[in-house]
Write a protein that binds this ligand. Structure first.
Ligand code: GLU
Length: 447
């Protein structure tokens, strides 16, 4: 553990926080929290045309949704600000001038170019990829293979990414740079700038690429999707967090389902693999379901509530205790919160049951037996609790014949309007005796 660790997530506000960005942010956050260090949010808004304040806001909202709290950033400040590149122009100009004065850079067509030297070996020990070395004349080349000087400041007066990034990482005291594998090719260029300015070089750790299930580059549909769309689809922040952490990392101590705290405790940058990680929706669904199961029902309730409302149900008609225990009764059914909300609708409404089920398959000659049993269940079960109801039913079958299936299938349908549900006695307990009777009566299954 090294509480001096300072890492940063440096998104460009040219879009919402998508899966790729969230993945990078996650590993930075994990490393900071594991070490008790600092996690910094820096907004790289030097692309004036494409950067917007709205995207900056939505990235921050996405980070909050993911639970990535930052210690310094444009909204909260910090001792190394400002945290937007557009507000740090003086620094970029100053060091460009310094490099021009040292003849390491020159002005051409209103842009500032860095002279890429020949014959220098640029090396770094990547925390993930290991030792990497590139000859300076190979790190920035034209199509014909000749050296291409690196643009530091563009004609519009703004710094390039490779330049501003170095200035900021230096001044913000960033000592560990964790970012996507696509930046490995940029690192030697950045090393040139560090060396030219005589600055210490941070540790780099590049994260493996994320591929779609077809092993191709992550498609727009999967990767460019804002984290909020995952919210709308019924994924928990903890589910997405857990899933993304597994893209490139395998925990040593826990299984693949873990809490944030467990991830923070056991995360090691060195354990990140270089092997491209596959974005597998089935896996996400599985992990999400496991996280739903682990969630406190009252917390889960706050996530499910808006989905119920969206389905036209009225959770406001019920108390939190009833709603939370309805969710507990679901017993982990549903891979997404959207599904949990859908599958549990009968706890909030009998109308939805009536829409799905009309009891027309129950022949008249079967009704007397069913009516007889349900009446006794309502009147004579010692307690309206699932185990008691179940035992009562078993005993009744023993004495009177019939079967669980015969007695419970119509009950399940009458209570839930669904073929699949939690245990029918659990549903009956949760709905309560009076509501159970109401529903049975509606279907003429009890007098
Ligand atoms: N703004 C860059 C990006 O979003 C940051 C890369 C880096 O972390 O150095 O790709």
């Amino acid at each position: 553990m090294d509480s001096n660790v300072r890492v940063r997530f440096a998104p460009s506000p040219t879009g919402a926080l998508h899966i790729g960005g969230a993945h990078t942010a996650l590993f930075n956050w994990l490393w900071a929290r594991h070490n008790g260090g600092k996690f910094i949010l820096r907004i790289e808004d030097t692309d004036l045309e494409r950067s917007t304040k709205e995207y900056e806001q939505s990235i921050m909202d996405g980070m909050r949704w993911m639970g990535f709290d930052w210690d310094e950033g444009p909204d909260i400040g910090g001792s190394f600000g400002p945290y937007r590149q557009s507000e740090r122009m003086e620094l970029y100009r100053k060091h460009a001038q310094e490099l021009i004065d040292k003849d390491m850079a020159y002005v051409k067509d209103d842009a500032v170019f860095f002279r890429v030297p020949e014959g220098k070996l640029l090396t770094f020990d990547d925390a993930v990829y290991g030792h990497i070395e590139v000859r300076s004349e190979r790190c920035s080349v034209n199509q014909d293979g000749t050296i291409k000087d690196i643009v530091l400041m563009k004609r519009d007066g703004m710094p390039t990414y490779n330049y501003a990034c170095v200035i900021d990482d230096h001044y913000m005291d960033i000592n560990t740079v964790i970012r996507g594998e696509d930046h490995v090719i940029n690192t030697p260029k950045q090393l040139l700038v560090y060396h030219a300015l005589g600055w210490n070089v941070p540790t780099f750790g590049h994260l493996p690429m994320i591929l779609g299930k077809d092993k191709k580059k992550l498609s727009k549909r999967q990767g460019a999707t804002s984290v909020f769309e995952y919210n709308d689809l019924g994924y928990l922040p903890d589910g997405v967090f857990n899933f993304l952490a597994l893209l490139g990392w395998t925990p040593r101590e826990t299984g693949e389902v873990f809490s944030r705290d467990e991830a923070v405790a056991q995360f090691e940058l060195k354990q990140v693999t270089t092997k491209a990680a596959v974005f597998d929706m089935d896996k996400l669904n599985h992990i999400n379901q496991e996280q739903i199961k682990r969630m406190d029902p009252y917390k889960l309730l706050e996530i499910i509530r808006p989905f119920w409302e969206k389905f036209g149900l009225n959770p406001q008609n019920y108390g939190d205790d009833y709603l939370a225990s309805s969710l507990a009764t679901m017993g982990g059914r549903g891979q997404t919160t959207l599904q949990v909300a859908e599958y549990s609708d009968y706890f909030l409404s009998f109308d939805v049951v009536k829409e799905r089920y009309d009891a027309s398959e129950i022949s008249e000659d079967r009704r007397p037996v069913l009516k007889g049993f349900y009446r006794q269940l309502l009147d004579n079960a010692a307690e309206w609790r699932a185990p008691v109801l179940e035992q009562f039913t078993k005993d009744w079958i023993e004495t009177n014949g019939s079967s669980m299936k015969e007695l419970c299938l119509p009950l399940r349908w009458a209570l839930t309007g669904r073929k699949v549900s939690p245990g029918v006695f659990e549903c009956a307990e949760q709905l309560g005796k009076a509501e159970t009777e109401t529903r049975l009566k509606h279907y003429n299954l009890v007098d």
